[in-house]
Design a protein around this ligand. Structure first.
Ligand code: GZL
Length: 322
């Protein structure tokens, strides 16, 4: 066989092999288009997450189509449908709630558009509806908060009454930060959740709920368990207006570890902040490129996080990126 015929045959075989493993022959050269359906702009965490996604897409040379659902599932579903109609290469989103995704994700599957979940998970039987989920382990975050409470009150016989500010109803972080806490305190009768209501992850929501809690329970409250910093900061405003000293009369436990959370810890108004990193952009773009290249991805990519007690806040804040 002549060298030129051998080269041509080699090119045909390698393209056939690439196609056989699902990596389109043009995978390496065509600009990737990613459709991203964001939850909204409800919190400092979300703002940092959006910045991370947009800057990472730019750095990766990925063409990003971005939508803000204003925390409404129907808007996210509408955005995903529009990405399907536009025939994007990959769809990614942070599901505002855990349920109700099968219909639109089956449409994406039928259109052969891979879907990546970031930040929050979904509750579906058919796991083939998404390639991977990149984000925090909220159950572990709740356990970490529970263990902090156990240690903080180890010499206190109780009762330790907890007022809980829950995140968005039905969302994975709200469900799991509650469940993780309960795993730890369920066998310790001195801990009791005397009040629990959603502030929808917003500062205004946290303030409104805490105003009602302060009116109803006043000095009975020993702990405010806020599912994110924005609600904790709102609750701090409400407590101070009610003559309660947050961080002193009441221990404040929060999540996200945003700049605002650190500043409140330095001011002695949040006692502990459980980190939940919004900086998921680079991992998402790497996953998008791998999916387009036909590589296999793990079903779950967990972000590494820690817990910051107020004692370390001043020293750590200068190193923080969000
Ligand atoms: C958690 C994220 C939550 C944050 C909130 O990963 O989904 O939503 O804890 C944000 O601040 O609103």
């Amino acid at each position: 066989m002549s060298p030129s015929r051998r080269t041509a045959l080699g090119a045909i075989l390698s393209s056939a092999l690439l196609l056989a493993v699902g990596a389109p022959a043009h995978a390496q050269d065509k600009q990737i288009t990613l459709g991203f359906a964001q939850v909204g702009a409800e919190s400092a965490w979300r703002t940092a997450n959006t910045i991370s996604v947009k800057s990472a897409a730019k750095d990766a040379g990925i063409n990003l189509k971005f939508s803000d659902a204003q925390q409404k599932q129907e808007n996210q579903i509408r955005a995903i449908r529009s990405y399907i109609a536009q025939k994007v290469d990959v769809i990614a989103f942070s599901p505002v709630v855990e349920s109700g995704w099968e219909p639109v994700l089956n449409e994406a599957k039928a259109a052969k558009i891979p879907v990546i979940l970031t930040d929050r998970n979904i509750d579906v039987q058919d796991k083939s509806l998404y390639v991977t989920m990149i984000g925090s382990d909220f159950l572990e975050e709740g356990r970490r908060a529970g263990h902090w409470l156990e240690d903080h009150y180890k010499n206190d016989p109780g009762p330790i009454n907890i007022a809980e500010l829950q995140g968005t109803v039905g969302s994975a972080p709200a469900n799991d930060r509650h469940a993780g806490l309960m795993e730890v305190i369920k066998n310790d009768p001195k801990f009791k959740i005397i009040a629990s209501q959603s502030g929808d992850f917003t500062l205004a929501g946290g303030k409104q709920v805490m105003e009602a809690f302060a009116k109803t329970y006043g000095k009975q409250i020993n702990v405010v368990y806020a599912h994110n910093d924005d609600m904790a900061l709102g609750a701090i405003q409400a407590m101070e207006e009610a003559g309660i000293q947050p961080g002193k009369d009441v221990s404040v436990v929060s999540f996200d570890a945003t700049k605002g959370g650190f500043e409140a810890m330095i001011a002695g108004k949040i006692n502990v902040d459980v980190e939940c990193s919004p900086l998921l952009g680079p991992q998402l773009m790497a996953a998008v490129k791998d999916v387009v290249a036909g590589k296999q991805l793990p079903k779950r990519i967990v972000t590494n996080e820690t817990v910051f007690p107020m004692s370390v806040a001043a020293q750590i804040l200068p190193q923080r990126k969000y």
